[in-house]
Design a protein around this ligand. Structure first.
Ligand SMILES: Cc1cc2nc3c(=O)[nH]c(=O)nc-3n(C[C@H](O)[C@H](O)[C@H](O)COP(=O)(O)OP(=O)(O)OC[C@H]3O[C@@H](n4cnc5c(N)ncnc54)[C@H](O)[C@@H]3O)c2cc1C
Length: 604
């Protein structure tokens, strides 16, 4: 039997983004021994890219805001498939989490009277996003790291977890390798928190970082945890589309929050033509009202550019298909027009959107203070993920918790911008708290070395096949193309069935992936190991997409273009069945308490 470098923890946190760091801080504050493993360097997790801000009903800019409005906005945005208990906890607890982050040193932008400034974002009735210019994720990560460092948390950077280890039904740790030297690591823990983020790298055009290969979802699924809402992938309406090297890079919704407008090639603000019925009463019906809203006029309603992301993305696609797109296949996003309204517009834009200004100047040679940007939809966020208990964040596997983008429930069919960063804080904290409690109440379970040896053997197989094996990069890129074309922003039964056939063939090829070189920083090896995760989650997205025969939120079916009330009564759950294949079931939406129903009614 091989020997492996072994680490013992009470709580093992997988991921050092906002959710992982917040969970680690909370668990460690409870007095247990905490370890964090992260695929990238500390400070580089995907959260660092977050731009626009974190949603919390603090009412600093508009005193009419409170948890009830935030709850109702989140549920409406998620088309009522959200776990209402999570939406309730999130709306109630987010302000405290943001204030806590400030107390730990986060330097938020300020109102004139010194409170945390809040900005407008799509689907939020009032200005609600606490932010630091358009670099909010960076400040969140910096603050959590600074705070966490004093908690004695043990960090294992550039270390990839390959599999979870089980003792019977319970999770007792994980097995992985360090990316630098390629050596295996065994992590023995009483509780494990997955905070591994999303799956965007299953698609060709994405705003997501290289880490987003769906590892946490796939590991949890193979370990017996249920996945939920996997058909709901968010395509953000505004990604860069030109030059090709930066296709997919995000253009923050903050641009529209600051007054940016969307126009087609005829110069028309096309979103005014298509306002969904359930948002009509809260949406401006003329351009002047929309502008006044972005400037803080409380009597004005939001411009249609700030409708939910699923809707805006589909309207953009429609304009392009109708031949009214921009030269490179998107539409125009213009913030420079505000010079008609503000004397110091250029300075204002640079101050409010410094990263966007730099991003377009350096990557596309566009000065956004003078000319419009060309944008189009990009794969951005996974609403679905590991099914968890709302209060504790424990999955259906005892001892296994999940928080952040890899968890499911809060966002339902569509996430509102800004609701992710606050999700990380609220449910990261809860996952850390309950994982620590679980670790305190349970002794460490035994490690089954046969599971570990099998994982090590499997991981090294690509070396045995060498150059004669399948090229992992080719398999990965064919998968990304398939998902983009066949399970993308608009879906159809025949296309998703075709995608499933391609995925099955790619699975067979991935099982024969071969690589050359040695184990040190071998990118081919890393890609070969990621493939199983990408293929697992892609298959599940397509299966869930087939099952939902209606259009709702992030899931749009060309063959079922309308919402069907029948499908509003359940979430789609997928488990690994005894025969190793995915099993699809329906989970009825739990009845909402009357008090929360009342809150939704009040805020219609
Ligand atoms: C450009 C951009 C801008 C955004 N702006 C906003 C915004 O303004 N507001 C908002 O609310 N949301 C925003 N989002 C979404 C938000 O940033 C993410 O949903 C959120 O940061 C996810 O955080 P997380 O903690 O769940 O995961 P992450 O921050 O992605 O962290 C995942 C961690 O898991 C690690 N990991 C993954 N797999 C493994 C493995 N196998 N082994 C070990 N470690 C692993 C990674 O290395 C990383 O440390 C934005 C997203 C993008 C791409």
């Amino acid at each position: 039997m091989a020997e492996y470098q072994t680490h013992e923890f009470d709580v093992l946190v997988v991921g050092a983004g906002g959710a992982g760091l917040r969970a680690a801080i909370e668990a460690s504050a409870a007095g247990v021994k905490v370890g964090v493993v992260t695929k990238s360097l500390l400070g580089k997790a995907h959260t660092v890219m977050a731009e626009g801000g974190m949603a919390a009903a603090m009412g600093n800019v508009d005193e009419r805001d409170n948890w009830r409005v935030h709850f109702a906005d989140t549920m409406r945005g998620g088309q009522y498939l959200n776990n209402w208990r999570m939406a309730e906890l999130h709306a109630k607890e987010a302000p405290a989490r943001v204030n806590e982050l400030e107390a730990w040193g986060a330097m938020f932008d300020r109102t004139k009277d010194g409170r945390i400034l809040q900005r407008n974002f799509g689907g939020h009735r009032y200005p609600r996003l606490a932010h630091v210019g358009d670099r909010t994720g960076l400040e969140m990560i910096r603050t959590l790291q600074d705070h966490g460092i004093h908690h004695g948390i043990e960090f294992h950077m550039e270390c990839t977890l390959l599999t979870l280890l089980k003792d019977g039904n319970r999770c007792v740790g994980g097995f992985g390798y360090d990316r630098e030297r390629g050596r295996f690591r065994l992590f023995h823990a009483k509780a494990v928190v997955l905070a591994t983020g999303g799956i965007g790298r299953a698609y060709q055009i994405t705003s997501n970082s290289w880490e987003y290969t769906g590892d946490g979802l796939s590991m949890a699924y193979h370990a017996g945890a249920a996945l939920m809402d996997m058909e709901f992938v968010q395509f953000h309406p505004t990604g860069m589309i030109w030059p090709p090297s930066v296709k997919g890079l995000l253009v923050t919704e903050g641009v529209r929050g600051e007054g940016g407008v969307l126009r087609n090639s005829e110069g028309k603000r096309f979103l005014f033509d298509d306002i969904p019925e359930n948002y009509r009463s809260s949406t401006a019906d003329n351009e002047d009202e929309g502008w006044r809203y972005t400037q803080g006029d409380k009597s004005a309603r939001r411009p249609p550019e700030l409708l939910t992301r699923d809707h805006v993305a589909r309207c953009i696609r429609r304009e392009v298909k109708a031949g009214r797109g921009s030269p490179h296949g998107g539409v125009f996003l213009d913030i420079s027009w505000i010079k008609e309204k503000l004397p110091n517009a250029a300075e204002h834009i640079k101050k409010k959107l410094p990263s966007m200004y730099q991003q377009f100047k350096q990557l596309a040679d566009i000065d956004i203070t003078k000319e419009p940007m060309e944008i189009g939809p990009t794969t951005h966020y996974m609403m679905g993920g590991i099914m968890v208990d709302a209060d504790s964040q424990m999955s259906s596997v005892p001892g296994l918790f999940a928080a952040g983008e890899c968890g499911a429930g809060l966002h339902g069919a569509n996430r509102l911008g800004g609701n992710s960063l606050s999700d990380l804080l609220v449910f990261g904290k809860r996952a850390g708290e309950f994982a620590a409690k679980y670790a305190q109440e349970n002794s460490a379970g035994p490690i089954d070395m046969a599971q570990v040896d099998e994982a090590a053997r499997k991981a090294l197989e690509p070396f045995d096949r060498g150059a004669a094996g399948e090229n992992p990069f080719t398999v990965q890129s064919e998968l990304q193309e398939t998902m983009q074309e066949l399970v993308g922003i608009v879906r159809r039964e025949d296309e998703m069935r075709r995608a499933l056939e391609v995925i099955a063939a790619l699975k067979a090829r991935a099982a024969k992936a071969g690589i050359t070189g040695n184990r040190e920083y071998n990118n081919g090896w890393h890609t070969a190991l990621d493939l199983d995760n990408l293929l697992t989650v892609s298959e599940i997205v397509a299966l869930a997409g087939l099952e939902r025969r209606e259009s709702r939120g992030g899931h749009f079916r060309d063959d079922y273009p309308d919402k069907d009330p029948k499908f509003g009564e359940f979430n789609i759950r997928i488990d690994k069945a005894a025969d190793g294949r995915p099993k699809v079931t329906h989970v009825p939406v739990r009845p909402m308490p009357d008090e929360l129903k009342q809150v939704i009614e009040e805020n219609k």
